[in-house]
Design a protein around this ligand. Structure first.
Ligand SMILES: Nc1ncnc2c1ncn2[C@@H]1O[C@H](COP(=O)(O)OP(=O)(O)OP(=O)(O)O)[C@@H](O)[C@H]1O
Ligand SMILES: [Mg+2]
Length: 254
């Protein structure tokens, strides 16, 4: 699935290579992330999914190859030059990564303050709006350690949305959640997608979520893209590693 040919891709990754601690983690990854669509990255543990995601907002720089976001090559950019691009890209880290010393409201307001917003009324209104979106209205005063795992994920999602990004990167948004919460988060992600036309990149082990949200699926194995295309094509693939991955899920081992 290559998206609308008239709209340039949000991300263009070309022959991306990365070596960490002497290990080739990404070995020539190329892919386009279509604008306004959801791309799901699948693959076993250690495949390089999180490392790939970290290149998309410039948190990691390519050893070789290029990563372009909105047509701009991120490789040569300084931290300062990356800032305006990062503002358009929200990130939901696997563990929520909330600031434990700040309450929910301050956590969610953080990216707004970083953008220079100082008006308390504007900040409060936006915090209320995004907390409502994730079903956590009026929870501003709670501290992160008083939240369940699922609530932490939702606060983290609210924080990622606060700055009105055009794109969201999710690393395992449903990992460690019970099936009901996992489904709730997946539905919320799908709702955000259809409501705001966000470009999304979601790393997951969870095939159920993938099937619910994916326009495009990318299967990574040992730092190489084995499949990129629509979810139906993945099901028809005869690549033994993909078959194994899919059948493990069918046995309930995700
Ligand atoms: N900061 C780092 N320093 C050294 N090696 C790293 C670093 N980050 C990742 N790696 C290595 O890169 C490989 C890919 O890691 P990555 O975190 O991308 O895997 P993953 O596909 O996200 O796996 P999982 O599903 O378990 O999260 C692993 O072998 C890992 O040990
Ligand atoms: Mg990972």
């Amino acid at each position: 699935m290559s998206g609308d040919p008239d709209i340039p891709p949000f991300f263009e990754v070309r022959d991306l290579r990365q070596t960490l601690d002497g290990q080739e983690v990404l070995r020539g990854v190329s892919l386009d992330v279509p604008t306004g669509k959801t791309t799901v990255i699948l693959g076993g543990s250690g495949a390089g999914k999180s490392v790939l995601l970290r290149h998309l907002n410039g948190l990691m720089k390519p050893l070789a190859g290029t990563v372009k976001a909105l047509g701009t090559d991120l490789g040569p950019l300084s931290e300062k030059a990356l800032r305006p691009i990062r503002r358009r890209i929200g990130v939901l880290f696997q563990d929520g990564a909330l600031f434990d010393s700040m309450d929910v409201g301050a956590n969610v307001a953080f990216p707004l303050r970083e953008q220079g917003e100082r008006d308390p009324a504007v900040i409060a209104a936006r915090v209320d709006e995004v907390l409502s979106l994730v079903g956590l209205r009026h929870q501003e005063r709670k501290m992160p350690d008083a939240l369940s795992g699922g609530m932490r994920k939702r606060v983290s999602l609210a924080r990622a949305l606060a700055a009105r990004p055009d794109c969201l990167l999710y690393d395992e948004p449903t990992a460690g959640l019970d099936p009901i919460l996992s489904e709730n988060i997946t539905r919320l992600i799908a709702r955000l997608q259809s409501g705001f036309h966000l470009t999304s990149v979601m790393v997951t082990h969870h095939l159920g979520s993938m099937r619910f949200v994916a326009d495009q699926v990318v299967f990574l194995k040992d730092g190489v893209v084995r499949y990129a295309g629509d979810p139906g094509g993945l099901d028809r693939s005869d690549d033994p590693d993909i078959r194994e991955f899919l059948s493990a899920d069918a046995m309930g081992r995700e």
